[in-house]
Design a protein around this ligand. Structure first.
Ligand code: T3D
Length: 261
């Protein structure tokens, strides 16, 4: 498939997916959904991918659904079908990837663009970026997992305030609330994304994948369930080459050379 709406590459264990419709602040049209799904399929099928970096081109990260695709005067639209067909699988697939996913929020994120960012494991944002819960301003509810992730991350009061007012949150505020991992000075942003990516591509990928699965699953689990899950996962991690390497490197007082195996 020739990509028209995204840039996608895999090199030395690093997958890079850039939403690339800058003239529309990288809003999702149907073509972009199809291309992102294709890229995710390639990542899922490639055990050599050890980190995914998702970002946007131009001055925005993603403005959610491309509203120019929605001809609201032509008759009733079934948006439930659209979310079920595209946004829901996108969110589930990003969350389930067996490698860490870094979201580099390079500029404004709005509507589903916010919630796509929040489906990633580590969200870094430029200090000048902002997060806009645009749904209520056009008569919709947060989709793409927004009603689930927001109260979990920032609590009910902030989730409701952010959503019902269609509010805007700065990157600094988002970090302070725990909505994202870090807000970074604009000048340092690209370097910091690369530093984190380099760290993650050299990390023990299987342990990171297990950790993200355990932490993401914890919200619906009891302590007892979680302890049992940790035991099962730790047994698996203890059988990896990377665990052996980590312990040997510690004993030899040298940096570990993890292979993701
Ligand atoms: O339909 C379904 O499938 C249901 C699922 C819905 C999921 C959703 O995401 S619903 C929410 C959709 N998104 C929005 O409502 C956000 C709309 N955009 C904005 O509110 C603002 O553009 C921003 C706050 C994101 C940025 O504002 P600003 O002032 O920095 O930029 P701008 O001038 O508004 O936008 C720049 C251009 O991008 C502009 O085009 P132009 O005039 O230069 O030709 C604007 O029309 C275009 N653009 C921005 N967002 C969208 C968009 N075009 C289409 N769809 C957009 N969502």
């Amino acid at each position: 498939m020739n990509f028209e709406t995204i840039l996608f590459s895999v090199d030395a264990g690093i997958a890079r997916l850039t939403l690339n419709r800058p003239e529309r602040l990288n809003a999702f049209n149907e073509r972009m959904h199809i291309e992102v799904a294709e890229a995710l399929g390639r990542i899922e099928a490639d055990a050599g991918v050890r980190v995914l970096v998702l970002t946007g081109s131009g001055r925005g990260f993603c403005a959610g659904q491309d509203l120019s695709e929605r001809n609201v005067d032509a008759g009733p639209l079934d948006l439930g079908r659209a979310t079920a067909a595209y946004y829901n699988p996108l969110i589930c697939r990003v969350a389930a990837l067996k490698c860490p996913v870094v979201c580099a929020v390079n500029g404004v994120a709005a509507g589903a663009g916010v919630n796509i960012a929040l489906s990633c494991d580590l969200v870094l944002a430029r200090q000048s970026a902002k997060f806009v819960q645009a749904f209520s301003t056009i008569g919709l509810i947060p989709d793409a997992g927004g009603t689930w992730v927001l109260p979990h991350l920032i609590g009910q009061a902030r989730a409701l305030g952010f959503t019902l007012t269609g509010g805007t949150v700065s990157a600094a505020q988002a970090e302070q609330w725990g909505l994202i991992w870090r807000a970074i000075e604009d000048e340092a942003f690209d370097g910091e994304v690369e530093r984190l990516t380099a760290q993650l591509v050299n990390a023990p990928t299987k342990a990171l994948a297990a950790a993200k699965r355990a932490i993401r699953g914890a919200w619906g689990a009891t302590l007892e369930d979680q302890l049992a899950l940790e035991s099962r996962m730790q047994r698996d991690c203890g059988l990896t080459q990377d665990y052996k390497e980590g312990v040997n490197a510690f004993k030899a007082r040298r940096p570990p050379r993890f292979q993701g195996r």
